[in-house]
Structure formats: C-alpha cells, structure tokens
Design a protein around this ligand. Sequence first.
Ligand SMILES: Cc1cc2nc3c(=O)[nH]c(=O)nc-3n(C[C@H](O)[C@H](O)[C@H](O)COP(=O)(O)OP(=O)(O)OC[C@H]3O[C@@H](n4cnc5c(N)ncnc54)[C@H](O)[C@@H]3O)c2cc1C
Ligand code: SF4
Length: 327
Amino acid sequence: MALPSFKLIRARTVPDAVASLTQYASEGARATRVLAGGTDLLPSMRQKLFEPEYVLDLRLINELKGIRETEQGIEIGALTTLRQIESSDILKRDYRVLVEAAKTVASPVIRNMSTVGGNICLDTRCLWYNQSLTWRKSCGFCIKKDGDLCHVAPGGQTCWAAFCGDTPPALLCLDAQIEIASASGARQIPLSTFYTGEGDNYRKLQSNELVTRVILPRSSARLHGVYRKLRVRGSIDYPLAGVAVVVKRANGHIEDLRIALTAVNPAPVLVSGLSNFTSNNLEEFAEAAAELAARTAKPLTTSALTPEYRREMIRVFTKRAVLALYS
Ligand SMILES: Cc1cc2nc3c(=O)[nH]c(=O)nc-3n(C[C@H](O)[C@H](O)[C@H](O)COP(=O)(O)OP(=O)(O)OC[C@H]3O[C@@H](n4cnc5c(N)ncnc54)[C@H](O)[C@@H]3O)c2cc1C
Ligand code: SF4
C-alpha cells in the first residue's frame, strides 16, 4: 500500500512547529498531521485513514528529547523513545510501572522509533477501522471515517473504537501531567483530562497544538506498581486489555491504591471508587478491587478477542496484581 502524497515540513523548534500548524490551519489546509516516530501514523496513512496535505516532522526538535530531573519531578520530552524510557535508570528506580508498560509496546525495533508523545496521542483502534481502503469500502465505511453507521453498535451514532496505548494507564496511576504547546504558549494539564472518551474524537488537542512533555510528580516516585497486558501475539501486539496497578505504602500500610485500564474503553481510564472500600481480608479486598475494575471496563467487539473474555482478564489481572503488591 503506497503512501498518499503530502508535503513534508521539518521543524527545528517548538515555536516553529506551532507556527507551521497555526499557518496551515488558518489556510484551511486539509488536515496537517504531526510525525514523531511514525510507527502508527505511517501505517495509518498507507491504509488511507489519514490523507493530510502536510506532515509536520518533529524529529529535529532536540528540546523534546530526553529525560530530566526538575523541581516538579521528572520531565520526559515528547520525542523520548520508549526504548529510552525502558532503559532509563531513574525511571527504573522511581517509576517502574511506566518502564514495565513501555517494555510491552510492540517489538524492540518499533520501540526504538516509538515516542512517548506518540503513544499518548495514539488514535483509537477498531477491527472495522484499522483496515485498508478496499476492505473498509467493501463494508460501506463507518462513522469514524467516511460512513454514517457503526458496525460494532448498529443503530447508534457513537464510535466505540478503543484506546490501545500501553503507557497512558501507567502514567494515569502516576498522576502524570502533560505540557501542551500552542501559539499562545504552553500549559500543563493532568493527563486524566486529555481524553474525551469518544472513539472518533478521542483527545482534547486543537489542530495547532502539540504535546511537548510528560511530567511525573515527585509525590509518585517509588510507588510500587505493575502493568499486565493481554494480547494475541506475545512478541508484538497492541493490548486487547491492559491494567496498571500502583500502591502507595506508608509505615507498613497501604495508603492508596490506583488502578487504570487500557484497550477496553475509548479512553484510558482510572478506576474510581477505590478509596471507599477496605477489608481486613486481602483475598476479599483484591476481589472487590477486581470487580470494580471489571465493571469500569466496557469492551465491545472492536478487537480480536471477545468482550467477555477481555473484561474477565481485566478482573484476573487486577486481582493478581493487588495480591502481589499487598503481600
Ligand atoms: C506492529 C505494531 C505493533 C504495535 N503495538 C503497540 C502496542 O503493543 N502498544 C502500543 O501502545 N502501541 C503499539 N503500536 C503503535 C505505536 O508503535 C506506538 O503507540 C508508538 O508509541 C507511537 O509513537 P510514534 O512516535 O511512533 O507515534 P506516531 O506514529 O508518529 O504518531 C501517532 C499519533 O500521534 C500524533 N502525535 C505524535 N506525537 C505527537 C505530539 N508530540 N503531539 C501531538 N500529536 C502527536 C501523530 O500525529 C499520530 O496521530 C504498534 C504499532 C505497530 C506498527
Ligand atoms: S466503533 Fe463503530 S464507528 Fe467506531 S471505528 Fe468501530 S465500527 Fe467504526
């Protein structure tokens, strides 16, 4: 499958990049797409899911690369590769759940190119959408692109494509903030407010804005956590269900439990209501947490395995993770 034709623009600084995005948006250019590692963007362009007039390549912007300690905590540039994240000593020591999640993305070769900004901004996925133009045409398209019906939930006007990035659930458990740059400057927002929950319009980012940094707060350093992922091929695959679980211990007790899910909703989500229940029986506690996580998951027939199995695996992974972290 050939790439559609486009004009390639290379930015060397964040202001240059934002200025280009603002200019093309005001010219009414057919969508401009931002290129980071390109590991999701380019296959999607080959499938004619995106046919932008301009592609803005960020890879020469050095200020967006690397991991730094700051007063706030740890700052990770949006162009930092997942390989750099998985091999960072400071992240391995203080934010291990993020390292675990990054290590499960795709394959080593893809992680050498994939960036954390691209992983956060990853488009939602669906069996009926991530297909070639010919395939989609034969089915009459769907709401997410070129059509007016949903094959997953016929009769509705909503797209339920699932968000399938691996690092966002870990980042949500770590209370990560992201920095967004626009023509009017930079702002920080909690990652938890970045996603809309709509499969066909999944993130709150204007066409002239960029994600520039991820900030991990000091208060989340050294929390114990694990990431568990369900996929068909263990060596290379998107998650079909993913769970990050993080606990905060103080004086030998657990003070806080955080659970976040991916690949089972149109956005990565933090499980709410966990602070309300306690139990002296660890088994019962783990089961209750797992039940809450399973109820938060709303998988549909957007991927290879059945929704029932994916929801059940959320329960199983959560229970195992809570038992492991509390023991
Ligand atoms: C075979 C295969 C398997 C994969 N398996 C997984 C997997 O297991 N888990 C997983 O999470 N992903 C997987 N991916 C998807 C992809 O490799 C990763 O999500 C990767 O982290 C995307 O990063 P990237 O830098 O390559 O993004 P790109 O492809 O460059 O961009 C992805 C999207 O984000 C936008 N974007 C990128 N950076 C920014 C920014 N700074 N600001 C605003 N928008 C931006 C782009 O415009 C594009 O829409 C897989 C891909 C392939 C091809
Ligand atoms: S959930 Fe429905 S509208 Fe969305 S991509 Fe899948 S088939 Fe299309």
